[in-house]
Write a protein that binds this ligand. Structure first.
Ligand code: PLP
Length: 380
């Protein structure tokens, strides 16, 4: 007989999650189709770094692999390994620089690195030669991001040597936009400069892939010199250029439930620091989510709100680690157990990010492991 303290009926170990994220695979597919429709000649590298922007690396990578994107873009070897181990049939592109001790695996498993230095290139070439392979690599060029890639004035000399390395085939050239959602003039010049660099390296011909645009670059500019785009944010349903309407659908809805409802008298503080004090009897609902789940504490004081029973309700006082409070005085229909949306289909993560004085990328990637991810294929 099982010891009674292990009997799940006596001590249920699976309590329903306080906070969860519903992830809509049909929205991911829809958003990819939107990205593809912007410039129909353009192939896609779906950027799935940082656990697919918090949506779940393997699950999301599987969707985009099924949709036959040209590449899945990851931040590092750890992410590349997880996608490969999941058995997904898609080329994997490493967006960041690599360390020497990672390169053997990269060559063996045929992932595609982008090169920023001749040292890396020689190391890759040497390892590939030893394995009797030729590794496809992309040339990264720094046209203004300042994070990686060959600096432009070093490029012609570097290219001469790169082309002689027997273990490598330079199949692509890429660069990155630091301010496509902020500085149109600079970004336009970057596109021109990238086109000029391609010309100076022998034109489009030698490069099977030419890529510069992230989501904002794809939506807001005409990337004529390119045939591959690297969208991330827009695939998750958020438009970094909110003025253009594309019909993107948020793939993630962050949710929780009302755990408790009480009526506090006038003059009662709510939450840490007592930054909010009731001025009249107030019906307060406590919700089971906080900054420990990745909901940003910094929204506190900027009129943040949540969505519940078809309406918006203000958050009162500071967001705490596991809970927050909202004012439901005007909504007697709200009861304990009610589902609450923190952002998603009805409330944009852009709004939450702006109120937290940050960006939607930061909010999405900050949703913590405690938040259960639930996948579905469309609600309607
Ligand atoms: C993250 C990243 C992207 C995707 O950017 P979004 O703005 O999310 O579309 C594209 N390219 C590179 C090099 C990146 O690091």
């Amino acid at each position: 007989m099982e010891p009674t303290h292990l009997n799940p009926a006596t001590f249920p170990t699976l309590s329903p999650p306080r906070a969860w994220a519903e992830i809509d695979r049909s929205a991911l597919r829809h958003n990819l189709a939107v990205a593809r429709s912007v410039w129909p000649q353009m192939a896609m590298m779906a950027v799935v770094k940082a656990g697919a922007y918090g949506h779940g690396l393997e699950e999301v990578a599987r969707v985009f692999a099924e949709e036959k994107v040209a590449f899945l873009g990851v931040a590092n070897v750890g992410e590349a390994r997880r996608i490969s181990d999941a058995g997904l049939q898609a080329r994997i592109y490493l967006l960041g620089a690599t360390w020497s001790e990672e390169r053997q695996e990269i060559v063996e498993r045929g992932w595609t690195p982008c090169l920023s230095s001749l040292d890396e290139a020689r190391d890759f070439s040497h390892r590939a030669e030893q394995l009797g392979k030729i590794l496809d690599v992309h040339l990264a060029v720094d046209t203004g991001m300042g994070r990686g890639g060959f600096v432009i004035d070093q490029l012609p000399a570097a290219l001469t040597e790169l082309l002689q390395l027997p273990g490598l085939r330079i199949e692509g050239i890429g660069s990155h936009l630091p301010s496509a959602d902020e500085d149109e003039e600079f970004t336009r010049r970057q596109f021109q400069q990238f086109a000029a660099i391609i010309e100076s390296c022998g034109g489009a011909e030698p490069f099977s892939w030419r890529h510069l645009a992230n989501s904002a670059g794809l939506i807001g500019y005409e990337p004529k010199c390119c045939n591959l785009a690297r969208p991330g944010l827009m695939l998750y349903g958020i438009n970094p250029l909110p003025d253009s309407s594309l019909g993107l659908r948020p793939a993630m809805s962050l949710k929780s439930r009302v755990t408790l409802i009480r009526t506090l008298p006038a003059g009662h503080g709510v939450s840490y620091g007592r930054s909010f004090v009731t001025t009249k009897p107030t019906r307060v609902a406590t919700i089971g989510i906080g900054y420990g789940d990745g909901y940003p504490r910094h929204v506190s004081g900027n009129a943040p709100r949540v969505f519940l029973r078809g309406r918006f309700f203000p958050i009162l006082g500071r967001v705490t680690m596991d809970q927050m409070m909202i004012d439901v005085t005007d909504a007697p229909e709200v009861i304990e157990g009610d589902e609450v949306e923190l952002f998603g289909r009805h409330l944009s993560v852009m709004e939450v990010a702006q109120k937290a004085d940050t960006i939607p990328w930061h909010i999405l990637t900050g949703i913590t492991a405690r938040v259960t991810r639930l996948y579905h294929d469309g609600l309607d």
